[in-house]
Ligand binder design. Structure first.
Ligand SMILES: [Zn+2]
Length: 152
């Protein structure tokens, strides 16, 4: 199992598609094709541990944003606890949706929105930085050209 890069477009999409990802029954629907459904690491087990599909053999926690690549013998709840002890969902003991108190629900919802928005903003900043770097590169090229031509 290894970490994978976060896919920002997914975060954006999940924010739009909405809050039913707070429920395991909503999260399980994101696993349209999952090849470990007969194994320990089934879509159901992952959804119950807070994860949504994030591409290929990867799934990402909607509460802490941890994106992991899974293998069939992985136990989602245990891996989540081991790798992300600070995840708010892990700290609550990865409860079922109908076991949540109102306070827990609101707290999870806040974490979910917070990290999804952060992800979207980060991707926009990254895009802006790339754009600025390209502009700077172009300015440097022009300056270099002018310097070379003025010295000859
Ligand atoms: Zn988590």
């Amino acid at each position: 199992m290894r970490n994978t890069k976060k896919k920002v477009a997914d975060g954006e999409k999940s924010l739009i598609e909405g809050a039913d990802l707070l429920e395991a029954s909503g999260r399980v629907k994101t696993f349209k094709r999952w090849r470990f459904n007969k194994d320990m690491c089934s879509a159901k087990a992952l959804a119950s541990a807070g994860f949504v599909y994030s591409g290929k053999d990867s799934a990402k926690c909607v509460f802490c944003g941890k994106d992991l690549e899974w293998e069939k013998e992985d136990e989602p709840r245990r891996e989540h606890e081991k790798r992300m002890p600070s995840c708010p969902f892990v700290q609550m003991g990865q409860p079922e949706y109908d076991e949540l108190s109102l306070e827990q629900y609101l707290s999870l919802k806040r974490e979910y929105v917070l990290h999804t928005v952060t992800e979207v903003l980060l991707s926009q900043v990254k895009g802006m930085v790339t754009q600025q770097t390209t502009t700077l590169d172009n300015i440097c090229r022009v300056l270099k050209y002018k310097l070379t031509n003025s010295s000859s």
